[in-house]
Write a new protein. Structure first.
Length: 84
């Protein structure tokens, strides 16, 4: 009879341990998976901003700007500046 009671207590302890492990795993997945998705989304947004900025910097470096400055005698000797 004593052996049966000890065996019964062990089986209840095993079931509660399994349930606790399942609850822990569920909690971890409900916290970690959305966190990983959020981090991945933030990283994708950052990478797209970096790519866009690099393209803008590249186009800016390819610009060819000509500036001409000359004295405009018709308009009270002011300097006129034109950019092309």
């Amino acid at each position: 009879m004593i052996i049966y009671i000890m065996h019964k207590k062990r089986s209840h302890k095993a079931v509660s341990n399994i349930i606790a492990a399942i609850i822990t795993i569920v909690i971890l997945f409900t916290i970690i998976v959305p966190l990983l998705l959020y981090i991945q989304n933030a990283n994708a947004l950052y990478n797209s901003a970096v790519i866009e900025r690099r393209e803008l910097d590249y186009y800016r470096s390819q610009e060819d700007l000509e500036v001409h400055a000359y004295e405009d005698l018709k308009d009270n000797n002011k300097i006129k500046v034109e950019a092309y």
